[in-house]
Design a protein. Structure first.
Lengths: 248, 117
């Protein structure tokens, strides 16, 4: 428990920004309070004077809290909080695991067929580096999380948002590519009108194969984000709760 | 996101003033939030004091605007702490902000120092 738990608890109660920003702000303030306290002790303050000076300097005014809310309470952060908040319950997480397994097994049975890649648009090879980048980011996060045990460091969170961005990018590139392929098919139909059905069916094969690959990749990154975000959030909340331990 | 412009708006002078103080305190290297407040107070000879509580909204806004970057590091016995440092955009913004302040204060000085003819 922090020696300034009372003050942190008061700030916690008045800070209405979405998680994980709230825990991070509290942890940053707590770390700075400890740093300033040590600084005052180094300057020759008594323990009591150092405590009092820190408490005086860290008084969070209503204006300051309002400004913090303005900076951190954006619609995107609020919706991300709601989204990841839904997976905190045991049943919700179990459902996510089952869903992830179902999608993984289902996708894997298709993805390991060479035919799928032959049918898919050449664009699939553009999607692969994006997916690989996402897997590298996720791998780094897993390594950091595993290496730090139950310790906490918000820097581990950095990069997680990019997983969602890459998932969206994969789908966006695939959909945009399909429109281009559709246009190319239309040009072929115009050149040889008698082969309309052949080109249309060819495009459907190509579109469905491309979408299977793109959506599988996007879902994989989405699930990785869910689980990593959930783990980091759990650590941050635990660390924030430890700071406020014993304060009701 | 395009870099923020250092344009002094009369209704936001206090905000720009605080930004300039914080950014200038980071010019010599990365600092923790509490070190920033102490540094500003010491460099100004006690004229400009920051309540640490008011520092965070400004720091987080500057971080969001990409002018500073906050990173957490493990400092052993001292635990995990967040340090801020200027980004390239932040250095440019600080330079522009300095020029804008100098120009404004010179102009202001000339205005209030004008003798009646």
């Amino acid at each position: 428990m922090s020696r300034f738990a009372q003050l942190l608890s008061a700030a916690d109660a008045r800070l209405t920004v979405p998680e994980p920003a709230r825990s991070r702000i509290l942890l940053e303030i707590a770390a700075d309070m400890e740093g300033l306290h040590r600084e005052y002790l180094d300057r020759g303050f008594s323990e009591a004077d150092a405590d009092a000076s820190v408490v005086d300097h860290f008084d969070l005014s209503e204006d300051a809290l309002r400004e913090l809310v303005r900076v951190h309470d954006t619609p995107l952060q609020r919706s991300l909080e709601n989204l990841s908040g839904h997976i905190r319950g045991t049943w919700s997480r179990l459902l996510m695991v089952v869903l992830a397994l179902f999608v993984t097994v289902g996708s894997a049975s298709l993805l390991f067929k060479g035919q799928l890649y032959r049918d898919a648009s050449g664009l699939v090879w553009v999607l692969m580096p994006i997916l690989a980048m996402g897997l590298v980011i996720a791998g780094n996060q897993v390594r950091r999380l595993a290496g730090a045990g139950d310790g906490w460091g918000p820097s581990r969170q950095s990069g997680l948002g990019r997983l969602l961005g890459l998932a969206v990018l994969i789908v966006a590139v695939a959909v945009a590519g399909l429109w281009v392929e559709l246009y190319l098919s239309a040009l072929r139909v115009r050149a040889v009108p008698g082969e309309t059905l052949i080109h249309l069916i060819g495009w459907l094969y190509m579109a469905s194969a491309t979408l299977v690959i793109a959506l599988s990749g996007a879902l994989a990154l989405g699930f990785l984000w869910f689980f990593l975000e959930s783990r980091v959030r759990h650590q941050e909340l635990t660390a924030a709760a430890n700071l406020l331990e014993g304060i009701s | 996101m395009s870099p923020k412009e250092a344009k002094l708006e009369p209704q936001s002078l206090t905000k720009h003033f605080n930004e300039a103080l914080i950014l200038s305190a980071l010019r010599k290297g990365a600092k923790h939030g509490y070190q920033l407040a102490l540094d500003i107070e010491e460099r100004s000879g006690g004229r400009f004091g920051f309540k640490h509580g008011t520092l965070y909204p400004i720091l987080h806004k500057l971080e969001k605007d990409g002018l500073i970057e906050g990173t957490w590091s493990d400092e052993g016995q001292r635990g995990k702490r967040k340090r801020y440092q200027l980004t390239r955009d932040g250095k440019r913004y600080l330079r522009d902000l300095g020029e804008s302040w100098t120009s404004l204060l010179n102009h202001f000085g000339e205005m209030i120092g004008e003798e009646e003819s």
